[in-house]
Design a protein. Structure first.
Length: 227
């Protein structure tokens, strides 16, 4: 954020925190409008899908509420995440819960694009190795059919979201629930085979059959630097 913009926001927040605001004063009104329009710009640019499903009045009201709960981050692009969290915490659109998932869908793409990654040589897959989810990837259980753009339709689905180093894009790929559970339970302290064995026992699934079915998908995920 440019220094002037941050100074404007700091001055506005200072007015609020010291309870010096006077809604009838020109100074307060100017600061409020400047910060409001800045937030509006950030939210419009970050959440294009979400914006389509809320009215201008609803959006304005949510931004005014956000002004009363200012973000703590010094980075412009992270302000959008604070807005997303505030909207969900305040249950602003609880009659349309799919909007919370749209906010996440829009936000996670930006977050993964903005991060810096250190790429290491991809190692050959082995069931005896331990793996964890990479910083360039996320897994998400959606309650609505976001991935197929049927945003208002309820459909539980499991998605891996990852930064694709070859195309410089964030990609979304649906996976089955069992693979989602396996990735979620991966840790550095045990091999992927040991983690899978536990899940198979919990779900009464044959370990060898599971290994046979999952080996190729897991190799693909390693190739995409998801795990």
């Amino acid at each position: 954020m440019a220094k002037l913009e941050r100074d404007v926001e700091n001055r506005f927040f200072d007015i609020i925190s010291k309870q010096q605001e006077n809604p009838s004063s020109n100074a307060y009104g100017i600061y409020q409008k400047l910060v409001f329009y800045r937030y509006e710009e950030i939210i419009n640019n970050t959440f294009p899908l979400f914006i389509k499903y809320v009215s201008p009045k609803e959006l304005d009201e949510s931004i005014f509420l956000f002004l009363k709960n200012p973000p703590s981050t010094p980075f412009v692009w992270q302000i959008a995440d604070d807005y997303r969290k505030m909207v969900k915490k305040k249950k602003l659109f609880h009659d349309r819960k799919f909007l919370y998932e749209l906010l996440y869908f829009d936000w996670i793409e930006l977050e993964l694009l903005m991060k810096e990654y250190k790429t290491k040589k991809i190692k050959e897959f082995s069931w005896e190795n331990s793996y964890t989810l990479k910083q360039s990837a996320r897994i998400k259980r959606f309650k609505y059919d976001i991935i197929n753009t049927n945003y208002e339709e309820k459909r539980e689905n499991f998605t891996v979201i990852y930064y694709d180093f070859s195309s410089d894009e964030v990609l979304f790929r649906e996976i089955n629930e069992f693979l989602y559970a396996l990735i979620k339970n991966l840790n550095k302290k045990e091999s992927i085979k040991k983690t899978l064995k536990k899940l198979c026992k919990q779900n009464d699934i044959n370990l060898n059959e599971a290994m046979e079915v999952l080996e190729e998908p897991l190799k693909e995920l390693i190739g995409f630097r998801v795990i």
